[in-house]
Design a protein around this ligand. Structure first.
Ligand SMILES: Cc1cc2nc3c(=O)[nH]c(=O)nc-3n(C[C@H](O)[C@H](O)[C@H](O)COP(=O)(O)O)c2cc1C
Length: 233
């Protein structure tokens, strides 16, 4: 392994870090395989009610907790809900918000953008999926002694953690949906979260229904999302 000239010890102490050394060919194979696996990821809105163990859900959440975060503040809480009565109450509250959204609150352009996805106010998956993971972001850092400190890049950090959560769910062979009932404040109350935690995303997790369908939509091509320096011919 080549040591970097830029590697400096700083206050606080560092520990050695080693990664497995892969050849460039192995890296290329791994990168292609990752793309292939990830191209198969879709947002799923139809679930089986087949149970998923609490150990599996804990492993998925622990993976999300490995995310980088601004100043290592880890400004997130993941509520794992499998209680049928609580799922029903979350569904009722979400559908009340979604009904208001789809029948007037949403701007016309937003509804036009949503049309190809085919969503409406009804959210049966909030009860069918065996688990709901509700993610909260910590807008402030409240220490055990009550001292309040700033958190940094909270939305970026929690967004990355949710990306890792979605990745872990997909890699495990389960399905999920990034769901954002708008507004989501009811989740803070139903899940008894403190004032400095704000609801961020709601992810149903489970096996996809055997007859699940997904919108027939396309992803942007690499040329549309990547700008190369120097330019490619
Ligand atoms: C921040 C965010 C919020 C979303 N909110 C919803 C939602 O409330 N309901 C829903 O059905 N899909 C929601 N989606 C899923 C998108 O519709 C979906 O990711 C997009 O159509 C692309 O489809 P794919 O995930 O299958 O590739 C959301 C996605 C993101 C990233």
């Amino acid at each position: 392994m080549v040591n970097s000239k830029d590697c400096k010890m700083t206050a606080g102490g560092h520990i050695p870090f080693r990664m497995e050394d892969f050849t460039p060919e192995e890296v290329a194979t791994r990168a292609r395989a990752t793309l292939e696996r990830w191209n198969a990821r879709r947002s799923v809105r139809f679930f089986q009610d087949t149970p998923v163990s609490v150990e599996i859900i804990d492993a998925l959440i622990a993976t999300a907790g490995t995310a980088p975060s601004g100043a290592n503040k880890q400004p997130w809480t993941f509520c794992a809900v499998s209680d049928p009565d609580l799922k029903r109450r979350i569904r009722e509250a979400a559908e009340a918000e979604e009904k208001a959204f789809y029948s007037g609150r949403a701007p016309k352009a937003w509804l036009e953008d949503l049309a190809p996805i085919g969503t409406d106010w009804e959210k049966p998956f909030l009860e069918t999926a065996p688990w709901l993971i509700v993610v909260f972001k910590h807008v402030q850092d409240v220490r055990p002694d009550g001292e309040i400190r700033k958190n940094y890049y909270v939305s970026e950090s929690v967004g990355i953690a949710c990306g890792l959560l979605i990745a872990a769910i997909h890699e495990a062979g389960l399905a999920t949906l990034t769901h954002t009932p708008s507004p989501m404040n009811f989740l803070q109350e139903l899940l008894h979260r403190p004032a400095h935690e704000k609801p961020y995303l709601l992810l149903p997790v489970g096996y996809a229904a055997s007859d699940a369908t997904v919108p027939d939509i396309t992803r942007k091509a690499l040329d549309e999302i990547r700008v190369a320096f120097p330019p490619r011919g």
